[in-house]
Structure formats: C-alpha cells, structure tokens
Ligand binder design. Structure first.
Ligand code: FDA
Length: 319
C-alpha cells in the first residue's frame, strides 16, 4: 500500500506559521476541526466525556498544545491539567484508589510542559509532569505521556521511567514506525507497565523510521505480539481493521484477561467501530483532545487520510 503522497507536505505545513494563519483563518476549517476536537473549553470536553462514558467507553483527555517556548506557557498547561484532573476526580467514574482499570485518564505532551526549553527543560518538564501525576493519583485518574517526534523519544521514555518509581501506573507511548520500537517494547513489557502502541504521526527520516506503510504495519503487529506476550498492560491505539482483528487471537493465545489490555481510538474516528467493540464487552478508550491549540493535531489527522484532505480542500474551494 502506498502512503498518502501528500503526507510529508501536510506534516511540514503543520509546523509552518504561514499555513497556520491561512488554515485557522478559513471559516470552513471550524466544521472539520469539530469532527476531531471536542471544543476549546473544559466545559465542552466534559460534555463530550459524559456521553462517551455513558456509552460504556473510557477516556483519555488531551489538553492541546505542544512545543512550549517559555516557562510561563508550561505553567499555564500544568494549571489547566490540574483543573481538568480536579473536574474528573469529581465524576462518579473516578477510581477509588484500589487497583484495577481507571476509566478516566489524561494524556499529556512533555513538549507542552517545557521539555524543549533551553537549559533545564528536561528537569522542568519532569517536575511539571510529576505535579500532574500527583494530582491524578489523588483524583483516581490515570496519566499517559504522548510520543512526539523521534528527537524526544530517549528523553521522554527516560522521564516516564523516572516517574514510574512513584507512579507505576504512568503510561508510555511507542510508535511502530520507528525502527527502535521493537526493542523499546521488549524493555517496556514488564509487570504492570501500561504501554500505548500507535503507528506514529510525525514526519520522520528514513534513518530512524520505516517509510513504507506495509513496513510500519508489519512492525506494529510484531510490537503488538511482544506487548501481548509480556506482563504489562497493552493499549492498542489503532483504527486499522487488520490491527483490531489481530488482537482477539493474540488475547486467546496468551490467555490475557479482558481487563488486561484495551483498544484505543481517537475522538471522531470510527465511532461506530468503537461502540461495536464496547458492546462486545471489550475495553475501549477514546482519546479526546480539546483546547484552542488544535492546529498541529488537526493537520496530523488530515495527513493520515487523503479523503480528509480532499474534503477539506473541496470545502475551501467551493465556498
Ligand atoms: P491507519 O492510518 O492505517 O488507518 C486505518 C484506518 O483508520 C483508515 O483506513 C481509516 O478508516 C481510519 N483512520 C485513520 N486515521 C484517520 C483519520 N485521520 N481520519 C479518518 N479516518 C482515519 N501518534 C503519535 O505519534 N503519538 C501519540 O502519542 C499518539 N497517540 C495516539 C493515541 C491514540 C488513542 C490513537 C488512536 C492514536 C494516536 N496516535 C499517536 C496517532 C497514530 O500514530 C496514527 O497516526 C493514527 O492512529 C492513524 O493510524 P491507524 O493505526 O489508525 O492506522
């Protein structure tokens, strides 16, 4: 299967402030953004979360933002996560502190917490992440640290490793397009280790990442096998029917209990499939992003699927 030929250009545009102005200024953008993002405010995301929880699915909420350039921006992100976690802790679904699957989770990007700040960015991001984990622990909410571009992988996995001493439930994310990820899966497949496996959404050079779709998919299935055979808690983040079909046989073969792994999909993508799995008593978690900094996230969703892009361009052109 050929990859979307426009993917590199769209992912480059995701980092361009000129294209950002044009895209965010286009009136039609809003409608398409609403498909992937649950509003800009905490109130709007909490309304979407209520509906998802009532349908039997779990959530992981992402306050959109990345590549923070100053400590104040990082602090503002922490403050929003603390307010979000407090709101989640007040829901009846908040866990009571006993073990077991927590239905409420937040996902965060270390680059939004200051990881790229000059000097002691790594320390700042670690401290900020720790603050959020402490609040989440008290509220009965889980946390997973998103994977960003490959230049951050070592630092991000090291920070997760460090924080797991105090918060062993902290989730890591790995991307099957990276050549290193099979090894990372082996290292991360220990007891209790929550690992979200995704294909990867950034533009990466051939030296570190498979470029060919079939190679990324094959890597995904190898990594999934490692995680399923391990002692951790695999989080199968994919909408791909081939991936979803591969899960049940692996679960059967490895004797994994129904509450010892989960499916994950993005808000607004394959909603019917999400509900179908949940109705089969599979655990399904929906990744729900919100906030005003939706541009880069939105562009990554456009890059994943040519039809999204065609739909977007057609609406711009035919207005
Ligand atoms: P693939 O791209 O092959 O798509 C399979 C099918 O899914 C498509 O045929 C289509 O039906 C549907 N589909 C997929 N994308 C779609 C879209 N944008 N619009 C409409 N339909 C679509 N990445 C990352 O780098 N770091 C991270 O931390 C995360 N976190 C994360 C969490 C969760 C819960 C999910 C589901 C995904 C991520 N990702 C991510 C994104 C991930 O890396 C990947 O880019 C997308 O999930 C698309 O890959 P699929 O596995 O779905 O397969």
């Amino acid at each position: 299967v050929l990859a979307n030929p426009l993917r590199p250009a769209i992912l480059a545009a995701a980092r361009s402030s000129r294209v950002k102005r044009a895209v965010t200024g286009a009136p039609v953008t809003r409608k398409l953004v609403d498909r992937f993002v649950a509003g800009e405010s905490r109130e709007s995301v909490l309304a979407a979360v209520r509906e998802i929880l009532d349908s039997g699915r779990s959530v992981s909420i992402d306050f959109l933002g990345e590549d923070t350039r100053d400590a104040e921006g990082a602090q503002a992100t922490v403050d929003e996560y603390l307010a979000l976690v407090a709101d989640l802790g007040a829901l009846p679904e908040a866990a009571d502190g006993t073990s077991g699957v927590r239905r409420l989770e937040v996902s965060m990007k270390l680059s939004a917490l200051g990881q790229a700040l000059a000097g002691d960015g790594r320390r700042i991001a670690t401290d900020n992440a720790r603050t959020i984990c402490a609040a989440a622990e008290a509220a009965g909410v889980w946390v997973t640290v998103d994977a960003e571009d490959h230049t951050t992988t070592d630092s991000t996995l090291a920070i997760v490793h460090e924080l797991r001493d105090d918060y062993p439930w902290l989730g890591a994310v790995v991307q099957s397009y990276l050549r290193r990820t099979e090894d990372d899966c082996r290292a991360l497949a220990g007891p209790g280790s929550r690992v979200r496996l995704c294909k990867g959404a950034y533009r990466e050079p051939e030296s570190v990442a498979f470029q060919d779709r079939a190679a990324v998919d094959a890597s995904y299935l190898r990594c999934l096998g490692i995680l399923m055979e391990g002692a951790g808690y695999p989080m199968v983040a994919s909408h791909d029917p081939a991936v979803i079909d591969a899960v049940a046989p692996l679960v059967g073969r490895t004797g994994r209990a129904a509450d010892a792994y989960e499916h994950q999909m993005l808000f607004g993508i394959r909603d019917v499939e999400q509900r179908r799995l949940a109705n089969e008593d599979k655990q399904v978690r929906v990744y729900v992003p919100y906030g005003s900094q939706w541009y880069a996230y939105f562009m990554r969703r456009l890059a994943e699927r040519p039809s999204n892009l065609r739909f977007f361009l057609r609406s711009v052109v035919t207005r």
